[in-house]
Write a protein that binds this ligand. Structure first.
Ligand SMILES: Cc1ncc(COP(=O)(O)O)c(C=O)c1O
Length: 387
């Protein structure tokens, strides 16, 4: 038994499934199921400092234009990002290269749009978070896959493909969704070396960095050195680790000069302006949210191990490697004889998961399970999956 700890203080272990079923957001409401573990939103209540900061805005009726030092001034959340990167990860981001965004995907799309042409290659670790796949396709770029081989990615194969047809961009999902893989320094150095030799711009999506679990360490890609930073665009947000996806604020650091110049030359309002609620929540999260985040990490650590036991008990034949980061579990159900689309079978059993094939061809027979719920709900849910 675990000791009574801060996760209990924040109520992270004592969620009421009936109350979750009354929630109006996409996760619980858009699909009729007994259990919802698909989209990357968490079931936990908002961290108290964030809740207090948002309530304060309303209580003081401060919902007009904010005072951040001018109409196009950088938001305080973007400045908090720079401080957090230095304090938590030892990376000295350049505040003059930081841009406010509406969301993380906006940044990824901007890099692909401005730094490549239709027909150019975009490198992607597969399986991949599906908006990356979809963005490459709808923007007319060519996907250059790096496949997961069970215990690592096949970079030799990637190099052969790059030697053959080249590419312009590498979308690095770091930590990786859906695998929960944390790229360690040696692997990042190999990526940096390939990117330099084939002259690729790397867009490093680090939105899951704060969800790095015990045993792993997050190394910002741009922190590898000045040459690496000069070809890297980093995107991030407080939205995943603090469950703020609806508040629509994110941040971009353009180490790569050309992209910075393009973004800096856009007329004000062209990309909209930062959302006051999103900025306020991100500042509270990154300056006062670490006690809550530590409690969250405890529960996620517990759940990733619990899932191994639950799968053994209820879904023998399922194969799963606990994530080193994120609250997402990538589960290979091919040994369970549930067909190519096990998510359909689980849906009939009342559990809504993310279907593996969305994440690319290697996702056939897989599902992605969202572990960001209480251990009790996770247990009931996996029992339901067992039928
Ligand atoms: C790796 C990754 N990037 C981006 C996003 C989406 O972020 P946003 O809603 O800020 O675009 C997600 C959401 O789950 C994600 O997992």
């Amino acid at each position: 038994m675990r000791e009574f700890g801060s996760a209990d203080v924040y109520g992270l272990r004592s969620l009421d499934v009936e109350r979750l079923r009354e929630r109006r957001g996409a996760k619980w409401m858009s699909r009729p199921a007994d259990y919802a573990a698909w989209v990357a939103d968490m079931d936990f209540e908002v961290a108290p400092p964030i809740s207090a900061a948002l309530h304060e805005l309303i209580d003081r009726h401060e919902l007009g234009y904010p005072n951040w030092g001018g109409p196009y001034a950088l938001s305080p959340a973007a400045k908090a990002f720079v401080r957090r990167m230095s304090d938590r990860y030892g990376w000295d981001a350049d505040v003059d290269r930081v841009h406010d965004l509406v969301d993380v995907l906006q940044g990824v799309r901007a890099v692909v749009h401005h730094r490549s042409e239709p027909g150019d290659g975009v490198v992607l670790h597969m399986p991949a978070y599906f908006p990356f796949i979809d963005g490459i396709e709808t923007m007319g770029r060519r996907r250059v896959d790096v496949e997961w081989c069970g215990d690592g990615f096949d970079y030799d194969d990637l190099e052969r493909r790059l030697a053959d047809r080249g590419a312009r961009i590498w979308i690095l999902c770091h930590p990786h969704n859906p695998l929960g893989h944390v790229f360690e320094r040696a692997e990042l150095e190999r990526i940096a070396d390939i990117a330099a030799r084939f002259d690729l711009v790397v867009v490093s999506d680090e939105v899951h960095a704060d969800l790095t679990l015990p045993g792993a360490v997050h190394v910002p890609f741009a922190s590898l050195g000045p040459d690496v930073a000069a070809r890297t665009v980093t995107v991030s947000s407080a939205s995943k680790a603090f469950n703020l996806a609806g508040l629509r604020w994110a941040v971009l650091h353009a180490g790569e000069e050309e992209l910075h110049d393009i973004l800096a030359s856009l007329p004000g309002h062209y990309l909209g302006a930062p959302n006051l609620f999103g900025v306020t929540a991100a500042v509270a999260a990154w300056t006062q949210g670490d006690a809550w985040l530590a409690a969250l990490i405890d529960v996620l650590d517990e759940n990733r191990l619990l899932l191994t036991e639950l799968l053994d008990r209820h879904l023998p034949g399922a194969c799963y490697r606990p994530p080193s980061a994120t609250y997402l579990a990538w589960v290979d159900c091919r040994g369970c004889r549930l067909g190519d689309e096990p998510a359909e079978v689980f849906r009939e059993r009342g559990v809504e998961l993310s279907a593996g094939p969305q994440f690319g061809p290697s996702g056939v027979g897989h599902v992605r399970i969202n572990l960001a719920t209480s251990p009790a709900i996770l247990s009931d849910m996996v029992a339901a999956m067992g039928g």
